[in-house]
Design a protein around this ligand. Structure first.
Ligand code: SAM
Length: 248
């Protein structure tokens, strides 16, 4: 049985897609997506030999070798332009996801949807989508085995620029109202902060505790630079707390 995280990613693949799952590890997502009929074919890309071998075994055991092709390669080097409709990249850091997308940009010709699940650095992924003209179409947050995951979809859209401008325009949330600018919406997620689910609140309560520990460990150094950094972090923590208490 697939984890709730991978199941949610699978549900975001439009039926009948040609899928590439980059950093596929055991190829669970492409195997399941093909078995479910969501994907008509899939490429499982892996840069490391161990996971590549595991993916090959999984695909052979599922009897899907004619529909799921396992390929060894770094990021989007595993695919050709025009070959797939959907690219999923899940279970790695946001900075690595952004590097893979940037280095393989010309491979995204013809791709209609990106499904991205960064373990950290979600803001980097949102910023990349925005700057590259992909429309952020959904954000899902879920908790599984004590970890919180965000899953983002970016779609090609001729109206991406106007719609993204609306999505990231200054927004007021909560009571008493707090104003969020583009940078803050990139940090929280424009859909997630408006929805303000219990998991979203848990995530940010946890982030606040983490940042408080960081601020506490920064010590009381006299250097102007250290003082400035600590004060900026403290202001950021106060802002996060202010947003969290006022959410609907
Ligand atoms: N995508 C699966 C998931 O979400 O459950 C597996 C996530 S696993 C933690 C990350 C995988 O990405 C590893 O198998 C690793 O070998 C692979 N990986 C890391 N960097 C990569 C790259 N540049 N190109 C392809 N795969 C990569």
């Amino acid at each position: 049985k697939l984890s709730e995280r991978l199941n949610t990613i699978c549900s975001l693949i439009p039926s009948g897609s040609r899928l590439a799952d980059i950093g596929s590890d055991h190829a669970l997502l492409p195997t399941y997506a093909v078995m479910e009929g969501r994907a008509v074919s899939a490429v499982a890309g892996e840069v490391n030999q161990g996971p590549y071998d595991a993916a090959c075994r999984q695909v052979a055991e599922a009897g899907l070798a004619n529909k799921v092709e396992v390929r060894l390669g770094d990021g989007l080097a595993a695919i050709q332009p025009g070959e797939v409709d959907v690219v999923a990249i899940a279970g790695m850091g946001g900075a690595l996801i952004v590097r893979i997308l940037t280095e393989g940009k010309e491979k995204l010709d013809g791709v209609k949807r990106l499904i991205l699940q960064p373990n950290v650095g979600e803001d980097l992924v949102r910023r990349w989508l925005l700057e590259e003209g992909w429309l952020l179409t959904s954000e899902t947050i879920l908790e599984e085995d004590g970890k919180i995951y965000e899953i983002l979809t970016g779609d090609r859209s001729s109206s991406a620029e106007e719609e993204n401008a609306r999505l990231y325009a200054d927004t007021t949330v909560g009571q008493p109202p707090v104003n969020l600018d583009r940078e803050q919406l990139l940090e929280f997620g424009p859909f997630l902060v408006r929805e303000a689910s219990p998991v979203f609140r848990d995530k940010w309560a946890g982030e606040i505790s983490k940042l408080q520990r960081v601020a506490g460990s920064m010590g009381r150094s006299d250097s102007e630079e250290a003082k400035g950094k600590r004060e900026a972090l403290e202001r950021h923590i106060e802002f996060l707390k202010e947003v969290l208490v006022c959410l609907p």
